[in-house]
Design a protein around this ligand. Structure first.
Ligand SMILES: [Zn+2]
Length: 139
């Protein structure tokens, strides 16, 4: 037996039903499909789905949650190009500095992509070959 109530075309009554099936704390702002099922247990009217969709779109709390949910989802895929990790680097040589363990120079390798910095102590007469070696050994 269908005991649903067919609603007269009264905007105020519809809005009240929508409100009662969405806003209360114990219902916790159901999504569209849930809300359709919830209301259809007791009521039905033409374009009921459309009205529910619009009501949720107009609910400040639901739209806020949606934005937060989307932000969280984005964070799940932060780096999709790890192969680019060390492709762009800059090398700086700082020195001569005060000697420490016979080393007086610091080679600074900065990854422009991640801003990761590698430091290696060496000597002032370090050659380019040696820097390349440091780069490959350290990273
Ligand atoms: Zn809501």
């Amino acid at each position: 037996m269908d005991r649903r109530i067919y609603m007269p075309n009264n905007q105020k009554i519809k809005e009240k039903i929508l409100q009662e099936n969405h806003d209360p704390v114990d219902i916790e702002h159901p999504r569209q499909q849930q809300m359709v099922e919830l209301i259809k247990r007791n009521y039905w009217w033409p374009k009921i789905k459309n009205n529910i969709k619009k009501y949720i779109q107009g609910c400040f709390k639901c739209q806020q949650n949606k934005v937060q949910y989307m932000k969280k989802a984005e964070k799940l895929h932060p780096l999709e190009t790890p192969e680019g990790l060390w492709q762009e680097i800059s090398i700086n040589i700082i020195g001569p500095l005060l000697k420490s363990n016979k080393k007086d120079t610091i080679v600074v390798i900065v990854n422009q992509f991640t801003k990761m910095v590698q430091l290696k102590t060496t000597t002032t007469n370090v050659s380019l070959e040696e820097i390349v070696k440091i780069y490959h050994n350290e990273i």
